[in-house]
Structures are given as structure tokens and as C-alpha cells.
Design a protein around this ligand. Structure first.
Ligand code: MN
Ligand code: MN
Length: 307
């Protein structure tokens, strides 16, 4: 089962301005071939379908625990997409919508994903950067542990490739931070699947890394995460379970040669995380509604009654 915590895995800086086309570019990291919906879907169904869970416990725990992290990545990218589409938080949601008769959103007809405004109100969806739906064909779950782990290694390397390309297109701090954080965590995942395959087969897959070969020290947005040691940590994402990943991750083995040095470690639980942005409403876009005063008053009363 899953537990939910009302935070993001990493703190995202506020966007400088609304940029729906940048949001569309970031959608590739959510619903693209190598996006977070794909890593989530692969590890989630592989963990559900995993045979001999007790006998193969460290490998099951690896796939199961990373599943939870990927769900948080879906959440992180989704927040980044909506933040870029909407721009900085403001107090605009306390007034009514004003005059909508003079095409206040005329500029939206020229954005790449008009549906992101028209149907989703500037929110994210499990689609790629061209609004094509993510679908279950992106999921590989064969029942063969070696083949599934090899697929996962390929998937994390592909994710790194397209994160680097998306990063190269973005100038806004929100999208760049999403890429920087995910590049560090993706390196951990690729490395952990490589080590898992090495334990089973003896093949030194970690020598493939990083693929593509851009060290994280070349990415300014990665530096904070490298300094705090995020590149060496695998989390269990659970109060008590999945500790067996320590049999794969740790034991004196080193992180990637191009990463800052240090022992790999398993951390029980989850990272501290950062706050979720407000995504303030835009009454003239009917998010949440044209005249929100009464709704806000009711919500305030209900909130006070709950304390
Ligand atoms: Mn991910
Ligand atoms: Mn990953």
C-alpha cells in the first residue's frame, strides 16, 4: 500500500513568468517515452508481478522502493509543468473575474498545447511534449528479473538522455531545477540497477555510466544535491520495509567515478522535501471559478472547524 505526504521531493524555485511552451517541453519528462510515467509504470507493475518475492528479496525491494520515488517524481514534474504554465503565485484568486469579453487569453491560442489551457486550466497531464497520451505500451514487465532489470537500466539511461536535452531548452529556474534534481536521482537509479545486474550476472554494467557521458558537475542545478550527498543515497520510502536494498547498494562500493566521492548508503524513510506551490487561481480562466469569494469563505469556515 502507499502513504501520501503533502510535500514535493525537492523545493522548486518560483517561475519568473508564465511560459506555457516551456511547460509543454517539460511535459516530455512526465509523459514522454522515458518520462516519469514510464519509470513509475514499469517499476510499479514489475513489483506487483514480481515472482519469489521472499527468495529474491533484495531485488524485489529495490524495484518496489524505487516505485515510490518515481510516483514522487511524477508529482514533482507535474508541479513544475503547472508552475511554468501559470507563472509566479499571486493574490489574484480573491477577486472576481472581470471582463472576459475582450479575449483575455488570446495569446493561449498560439501555445503548442492549447488543450493544456482549454481542457486542463494550465495543469499537467500524462502526455508528452506534443500532447500525445502516455500509454501502457511504455511498460515492460516480463516476469524475468534479469530482463526487467536490464530494461530498467536502459530506461534510466534514456531518462538521463532526454532530461539533458530538455534542460538544454529551458532558461526558467523552475524547469531547470526539476531537471537538475531528477538527473541526480536518475543517476542513482541507473547505478542501482547496474549493481543489481552485476550481483546476479557478474557483468560490470556500471562501467556504462554515465550514459550519455555528461558528468553531473557540469550542471549548476545539480551542485546542491551533490553537496548534500543525494547521489549516494537510496531511500526505502517506507517506515519499516525494503531495507534489504542495502545488500545491493552499499557494502563499500563506490558511486559513479565522475560523482563526488563517498560511500553509497541506504536511508530509511524519505528525504525532507520541499513545499508545494499554491498555484493561485485565475478567476477569468474559471480556476476555480469566476466569482470565488463565497467559496473561499466556506473553505475558511471548514478549515477553522477542523482545527
Ligand atoms: Mn524518475
Ligand atoms: Mn528513476
Amino acid at each position: 500500500m502507499f502513504m501520501r505526504i503533502d510535500k514535493l521531493q525537492a523545493a522548486l524555485p518560483a517561475p519568473k513568468r508564465a511560459d506555457p511552451n516551456a511547460a509543454a517541453a517539460l511535459q516530455e519528462l512526465l509523459g514522454g517515452k522515458y518520462g516519469e510515467m514510464s519509470t513509475l509504470g514499469n517499476y510499479m507493475f514489475q513489483s506487483f508481478n514480481f515472482r519469489s518475492k521472499e527468495k529474491l528479496r533484495p531485488f524485489y525491494s529495490l524495484v518496489a522502493s524505487i516505485t515510490a520515488e518515481e510516483l514522487g517524481h511524477v508529482e514533482l514534474v507535474s508541479n513544475g509543468v503547472a508552475m511554468l504554465a501559470n507563472g509566479p503565485d499571486n493574490d489574484g484568486d480573491t477577486v472576481s473575474g472581470g471582463d472576459i469579453s475582450n479575449a483575455p487569453f488570446e495569446a493561449m491560442k498560439d501555445i503548442r498545447s492549447f488543450a493544456s489551457f482549454a481542457s486542463h486550466g494550465g495543469g499537467s497531464m500524462p502526455v508528452n511534449s506534443n500532447s500525445m497520451s502516455w500509454n501502457a505500451d511504455m511498460v515492460t514487465t516480463t516476469g524475468n528479473v534479469v530482463f526487467d532489470l536490464l530494461h530498467n537500466f536502459h530506461l534510466e539511461c534514456g531518462a538521463r538522455l532526454h532530461k539533458l536535452r530538455v534542460y538544454e531548452t529551458l532558461s526558467d529556474p523552475t524547469g531547470r531545477e526539476v531537471c537538475g534534481y531528477l538527473l541526480v536521482r536518475g543517476s542513482v537509479h541507473a547505478h542501482s540497477y547496474a549493481l543489481a545486474l552485476k550481483k546476479i550476472t557478474g557483468v560490470e554494467l556500471e562501467k556504462f555510466l554515465p550514459t550519455p557521458n555528461i558528468p553531473l558537475d557540469k550542471i549548476p542545478e545539480c551542485q546542491k544535491y551533490l553537496q548534500e550527498g543525494s547521489h549516494r543515497r537510496l531511500y526505502t520510502w517506507s517506515p519499516a520495509d525494503y531495507k534489504e536494498i542495502a545488500g545491493i547498494w552499499g557494502n563499500g562500493e563506490q558511486a559513479l567515478p565522475t560523482d563526488p566521492p563517498g560511500e553509497l548508503m541506504v536511508v530509511d524513510g524519505l528525504p525532507e522535501g520541499g513545499k508545494i506551490h499554491q498555484l493561485t487561481g485565475v478567476p477569468s480562466a474559471f480556476t476555480p471559478d469566476y466569482a470565488p469569494e463565497e467559496m473561499l469563505e466556506i473553505a475558511t469556515k471548514l478549515y477553522n472547524a477542523s482545527r
